[in-house]
Design a protein around this ligand. Sequence first.
Ligand SMILES: [Zn+2]
Length: 388
Amino acid sequence: MVRATIPLGRVAGIRIGAHWSALVTLGLFTYLLGRSLTDAHGNSVAVWLVAAAGAVGLFASLLSHELAHSIIARRSGIRVEVVVLWLLGGVSELGDEPKDPRSDLRIAVAGPLASFTLGVALFGMTGVVAATVSGPVPEMFGWLAAMNLVLAIFNLIPGAPLDGGRALRALIWQRTGDRLRASTIAARSGRIVGLALLILGGVELLLVGAGGGLWLMLLGWFLYSSASAELTAAGLRHRLGDTRIRDVMTEHPLSVPATWSVADLLRSQIVHTDHRVFPVIDTVGRPIGELGWSDLTELSVAARETTAVGEVARPLPPTARVSGDELLSTVASQVVLRRDFDVITAIDPHGRLIGVVTATDLTLAVQRSALGLPARRPERYRPPDSEL
Ligand SMILES: [Zn+2]
């Protein structure tokens, strides 16, 4: 999951954001297009401005691709969290998985269809522009048209998380009625595609020495790891169903202020609980780290008074800070939870801590679900009162 760090407003009611790494891509494509334009039209500021406009156009194209997915998803009754532009393109973060194979297929093909339509329209415009002006502008339009067609075709490669992989999943799901099997096959083929791109990029880098090889390797690695996470998620999802973080988390968890000294912590009520790992919070209650008893064993007795909890806490990975509405299976496939060592923290819209999920909570939820019991942790059992 890529976090949007730069808000870009809303389109059709859908929140748009960019990750800082999108700037790298913007720069890279300006450079690549600019170099090819200067070959034909000479090196001038105007040519580089046209190249920059082309790179911005490419991002607008990526955005329309993602918006097509998101709009169809919303029409199928799925909540769209945000569309994020980043280093390797765009991501639509959906609040839910498609409920049936038909909507799964529709959402998957909407993106490539939008890119294809845009590509064809831009080719038409290239002709019109070329008839009216000369210079680098028509060439930029042609490049943008070609990029949109490449985007449509590349995304149709049948391996999840690419759109083609999603379509493959939908078709197998429709045919067999077995969603787990469909997701597994789509994710496995996604891993193969990722691995193939990784090798292809490596070969290109070694033989041609081109930067494009590095790009391909990066893309391959991303696809491979995303497909692997999807494989885990599919299995977990099969077992955990629609269980959300909210269903298994401990509400109002004990947390430790980062400003406390380790000695304060050891003098507090916390030592009398059976918890072995705690979220560490900042002054407004946002979780910033995690701390287990095992993190403190190295510290000398003398250092306990002078060491702040914030100094010994391990930073919380961004994937371990989630909304209570997120699917447990999705989060669990992205975070490695070690027993007595890690927590997933649930936060409110202001980023403040509202709950925690530990490895024990997760194991219990998986086991209870496997037995057909509700994943929600039962209230503390009280034997029936016999004295009534
Ligand atoms: Zn797509």
